[in-house]
Ligand binder design. Structure first.
Ligand code: ZN
Length: 512
């Protein structure tokens, strides 16, 4: 169901209510309430505002009104609110409009509804649609004028459908970088809200060192954690490494950074979600702890951990092959080279510019390590390691690369759970490819199934019989060579190779 937020008691004439038929109308008395609602919703783990096209109807206050307790956030204009929402919830298709423009905005949203009718339609829209025309490249349907807008500046018309696409995201980021003084979103929000209050954790767990113990071992299982818990674990790791590196960030700013980052990942992705990002950061941090004697500066550990949690930001849940064939507008911009990795780097740098600019002092580490996660470069890394220590690729790139594919080095039950998620994502990609070939993306029905993963491995394998073969293929083609090379170079990392070997043996037994 589409949601309409009515913020600041907008005066809505009676005729409008018939436009809202079938919508969930939420009345909120301030911008702060809207943000709290959206963050809380996000933390609940349902990607509703990514699945539907929703609308905020904002009554712009008088600029001279000082009555609110946090006047700065509450006195922003409707156009500024549109900008702030896009900045903080970049993956949401949430439009912001003034009351007078509601009929036009609702009409636009209705016209764009088919772009979001199913998971495959959404993924295809994110990847392939040129925002300026919202073209449907595979159906020949007519262009949606609704999406023709200048969505990139806070002062542009506030009435238009905001349909998320990767290109619109990137365009926005590129335009922002040319603006010297945009709306200070981070400052406005962190002054008005205590973000820690939004992260709700079981009392008995947060008061003890429960989460600290979880993140301090290689048995870390991101899959068993809620979104709030994932943010909490990330907070603990980043707080520690930032402290060690002498990089100051306040708790409120760190929570806001993590909330904005989480909202920059698509929650509906089976594998490439914030959960994967937190898993990779925990692995990165653990690898750095094992290799501590090899680091001269603690700031390198901080930057590679930050790179890890942002390394897949904005990921569409597909792959570079699908980005390039058929060619997406974003693939064109990057000349088909490391398309997703370049996209993640650019989007993430913008986010850091807003939330933690000090990290960008080491932008080369950030971009080099994220680009190293492109699996097309895998054999180059393995060959460089084989060539001996003098040719060793940057240790930080190797660490993030290893962490990114470290699922197969985790204990078997954790490794198997990740295998389920990647299997589901692969099937979705196969379905997308098939519907592209059949010219039927928008008609193709794929249920947005999020069934729970069975508890025991045997039940998982009954449900997903292709897993043993898939795991063996991946281990033989990629993981074994990388982790063998790492074990050779660093005895501290031998446990990774041993774990891969043990898991490999188990999968071989299942393939007999
Ligand atoms: Zn990744």
């Amino acid at each position: 169901m589409r949601t309409v937020f009515a913020v600041n008691k907008p005066e809505l004439c009676h005729e409008l209510f018939e436009h809202f038929a079938g919508c969930n109308v939420v009345h909120l008395s301030s911008v702060s309430e809207l943000l709290v609602y959206l963050y809380a919703h996000r933390l609940s783990g349902e990607d509703t505002f990514e699945r539907t096209l929703s609308l905020v109807v904002h009554q712009q206050p008088q600029r001279d009104s000082q009555s609110s307790s946090d006047p700065e956030l509450e006195s922003i204009t409707t156009a500024e609110l549109a900008y702030l929402v896009q900045k903080q919830f970049p993956c949401f298709s949430l439009s912001v409009t003034a009351p007078a423009e509601v009929p036009k905005a609702l009409k636009h949203l209705r016209e764009c509804a088919s772009l979001y009718a199913s998971r495959l339609a959404r993924v295809s829209t994110w990847m392939y649609n040129n925002y300026e025309g919202c073209k449907k490249p595979f159906t020949g349907h007519e262009t949606h004028n609704a999406c023709q807008q200048d969505e990139t500046t806070p002062n542009s018309s506030s009435c238009s459908a905001n349909v998320y696409t990767m290109l619109s995201h990137l365009t926005r980021v590129r335009n922002n970088s040319h603006q010297s003084a945009g709306l200070p979103c981070t400052k406005l929000i962190s002054t008005a809200l205590n973000l820690r209050d939004l992260i709700i954790l079981p009392k008995d767990k947060v008061s003890s060192d429960h989460y600290w113990k979880l993140i301090s071992t290689w048995d870390f299982c991101a899959m068993s954690l809620s979104t709030s818990e994932l943010i909490w674990c990330s907070y603990l790791i980043l707080k520690k490494v930032a402290h060690d590196a002498n990089f100051h960030i306040s708790d409120n700013d760190l929570f806001l950074f993590l909330l904005s980052l989480e909202a920059s990942y698509h929650q509906g992705n089976k594998f490439h979600s914030f959960r994967h990002a937190v898993d990779v950061m925990q692995a990165t941090w653990q690898l750095c702890c094992h290799l501590k004697s090899h680091f001269e500066k603690n700031s390198s550990i901080l930057v590679v951990c930050v790179a890890a949690i942002g390394h897949d930001v904005g990921h569409p849940g597909t792959n570079n092959a699908l980005m390039c064939d058929p060619i997406s507008p974003v693939a064109k911009l990057y000349n088909k080279a490391s398309v997703l990795e370049n996209f993640h780097t650019e989007i993430f740098s913008d986010l850091l510019q807003e939330h933690w600019p000090q990290i960008l002092q080491q932008k080369t580490i950030l971009s080099d390590t994220i680009l190293a996660t492109d699996m097309a470069l895998h054999s180059q890394y393995v060959q460089l390691m084989d060539a001996g220590p003098s040719k060793l690729p940057s240790l930080l790139s190797l660490i993030l690369k290893a962490a990114d594919i470290s699922n197969v080095t985790r204990p078997l039950h954790i490794s198997t759970n990740w295998a389920v998620l990647i299997t589901c994502e692969f099937s979705e990609c196969a379905a997308l490819l098939k519907s592209i070939q059949n010219n039927d993306i928008y008609g193709h029905k794929v249920t947005d199934c999020d069934e729970p993963i069975p508890d025991c491995i045997e039940s998982i394998l009954i449900k997903y019989p292709s897993i043993p073969k898939g795991q063996l293929l991946f281990i033989n083609a990629f993981a074994e060579s990388l982790f063998a090379g790492l074990a050779e170079c660093f005895q501290e990392l031998r446990f990774l190779h041993n774990n891969v070997q043990a898991n490999k043996k188990f999968w071989e037994g299942k393939c007999k």
